[in-house]
Design a protein around this ligand. Structure first.
Ligand code: ARG
Length: 596
């Protein structure tokens, strides 16, 4: 399917051409077209241009207007204010453009990026033997959407789940499991949700017991420390026990991702341990190039602008004085892998803003080593932390249980599903849905609500986790969008044999024009949200789409429209809106059930 040129792009092009013939030096200048309340579009690029050319902006605008050919797309163009251009477009071009998008149900005419590359996106990175919490939710939800948005623009996306599967804490876990070999056993043949929960409850119990013993028993502590050394030196038995922790944890992770309705693939899980073979080489390269220096035995990188509260520089420690490697060495090795083996052009890290200093130092180190490019050179590999804020409780403080513990992600998800199921049940006043359907819809609505609440504010901001608000039918929620979609499907079903069909010859109601112009803007939103790794822009677009649809529906009867052509055309408007909603929601990782 050929991509469709959006109306704003074709108007912008016509204005740019007119501008260039009115003023030769304006060749290539962007007329800066925006949607506007006064007309369909307003261009305000002439002001700056006239100022530069020392011309009168209104005169220049008038000249541009005289160059524009009206008819097909532009119906009317006039100068307004100090030199703005107000543009009204024809009803016919709106309907024709939407018809072209409608003919491409998958992509809705959205073009691919001009120069797609390869992006490695690091997201959904929980830690082995530990419960997942709301921070892991944010990384998973934002990362999944960013990955899908990028893929939709034609980018090659490599997913990496940098799970925490290495570190000194494994010494006590391994030793404890060896001394209590059945601690991780659970029944076979359960479904993924049951095995996931059983695995996690074993891991959690074992973790706490091992920690208690480690703190209380000096001899156990010594044995545990020895196992850290064994693990690092690759002792096969120690590695096999370590692997059990990883395998059990993965069962749990996959159960949570399943609940989250998110596809995570095993080969994309490359945890910290996946870079063990590269660590020594990473250190050697950094030391030989002088990027890192030895300081009190540790291998460190220093930065002029990074100092602690005492005014002393805070280094990035790549290797500790005892020879151990930490989080930084792993991340630096992962960069080498992603740049040189995976041949990435861009690296995106969906990680909590509280790790920003770490990434700032890691990126700067990689830049000095020549693994990442200088920011000002376009062809170089760039790294970006898509940093997200904290999830807060209703009290505005970081989300905790009443006892002050971290809230288990599964508990939250279950509660969201319960609430949503109640809403679905309540809404089904005619009792049309079976119990099974209610449960399925409840899950889609509940998980959608949690994802949407996370995605609809810009990632770097904190947000309050408020389930009442999340599953509300009114306001900026996924439920509202899902209902808009389901309502359209119900109209299409009611239409029976009458099929949606575009009739470009029909005059449009203002509510139809507003809806149509917004649908046409989908491609622009995709491009922007993908380029800026900003799913919240897609969420805002979809919310507005549903609102415009609601006011169209209030003002324009569909099945009871005056003529048969009008019925068909309005059904077509409904359907193209539904497809856009469906596509956009899928890019956020949210389902749009056909019936609610
Ligand atoms: N596992 C870490 C955590 O739970 C996040 C890992 C982020 N990715 C990375 N490449 N460092 O906080």
């Amino acid at each position: 399917m050929a991509p469709v040129t959006s109306l704003s792009d074709s108007v912008n092009k016509q204005l740019a051409d007119a501008l260039a013939s009115a003023l030769p030096e304006a060749d290539g200048v962007d007329p800066l077209l925006r949607r506007s309340d006064r007309a369909d579009f307003q261009a305000n690029g002439i002001l700056a241009l006239a100022k530069k050319a020392k011309a009168n902006p209104r005169d220049l605008a008038t000249q541009v207007v005289s160059q524009v050919v009206t008819g097909d797309v532009i119906k009317d163009i006039e100068v307004s204010g100090p030199g703005f251009l107000n543009v009204t477009i024809t009803d016919k071009s709106i309907t024709e453009n939407l018809a072209a998008r409608y003919a491409d149900p998958d992509r809705l005419g959205v073009p691919q990026a001009e120069r797609p590359g390869t992006t490695v996106i690091d997201y959904a990175q929980p830690n082995v033997a530990k419960e997942m919490h709301v921070g892991h939710l944010r990384s998973a939800v934002i990362g999944d959407s960013a990955a899908q948005l990028l893929e939709f623009t034609g980018e090659t996306v490599v997913r990496r789940h940098h799970i925490g599967d290495w570190g000194t804490q494994f010494g006590m876990l391994i030793q404890y499991l060896d001394e209590h070999p059945h601690e991780l056993d659970h029944k076979e043949g359960e479904d993924l949700q049951q095995s996931g929960q059983a695995a996690m409850s074993n891991l959690d119990r074992l973790y706490k017991a091992a920690r208690r013993k480690f703190d209380a028993d000096e001899e156990f502590k010594t044995r545990a420390r020895r196992r850290v050394v064994d693990l690092q030196s690759g002792d096969p038995h120690t590695l096999a026990t370590w692997q059990k922790f990883v395998d059990e944890s993965k069962i749990y992770f996959f159960s949570v991702f399943e609940k989250l309705d998110m596809e995570i693939r095993d080969p994309d899980i490359v945890g910290e341990s996946g870079y063990n073979d590269m660590l020594a080489e990473t250190c050697r390269l950094l030391e030989e190039s002088g990027v890192a220096v030895r300081s009190e035995g540790a291998l460190c990188v220093f930065f002029d602008d990074i100092k602690g509260p005492d005014g002393n520089p805070v280094p990035l420690i790549v290797q500790k004085s005892d020879g151990g490697y930490g989080y930084a060495a792993t991340d630096l090795s992962a960069i080498r892998d992603r740049v040189f083996n995976l041949k990435a052009n861009r690296l995106v890290y969906v990680v909590d803003a509280r790790q920003s200093l770490h990434f700032k130092m890691v990126f700067e180190t990689a830049r000095r080593a020549g693994w990442l490019g200088d920011v000002w050179l376009d062809d170089d590999v760039k790294a970006y932390q898509l940093a997200f804020g904290t999830v807060l409780g209703k009290d505005g403080k970081p989300f905790k249980t009443r006892e002050g513990e971290t809230v288990r992600l599964v508990d939250l998800l279950d509660e969201a599903i319960d609430r949503a199921t109640a809403v679905v049940r309540e809404k089904d006043t005619l009792g049309q849905l079976s119990e099974e359907e209610i449960a399925e819809r409840g899950a889609q609505v509940g998980i959608g609500a949690v994802k949407y609440a996370d995605l609809s504010t810009s990632a770097n901001r904190d947000y309050k986790f408020d389930l009442d608000q999340m599953v509300s039918l009114n306001g900026d929620t996924s439920v509202y969008l899902q209902y808009a979609y389901a309502r359209i499907q119900s109209i299409l079903r009611k239409a029976g044999d009458v099929r949606p069909a575009a009739h470009p010859e029909l005059e449009l109601h203002p509510a139809e024009r507003a809806l149509g112009l917004h649908v046409d803007g989908f491609a622009e939103t995709v491009a922007e949200a993908a380029a800026e790794y900003a799913p919240h822009k897609m969420a805002a677009y979809l919310y507005q789409l549903a609102s415009l649809y609601t006011s169209f529906y209030d003002k324009c009867p569909v099945l009871k429209a005056e003529t048969a052509e009008q019925v068909e055309n309005r059904l077509f408007l409904c359907d193209v809106t539904a497809r856009t909603l469906h596509r956009g929601m899928a890019l956020l990782g949210i389902r749009t059930p056909e019936r609610l």
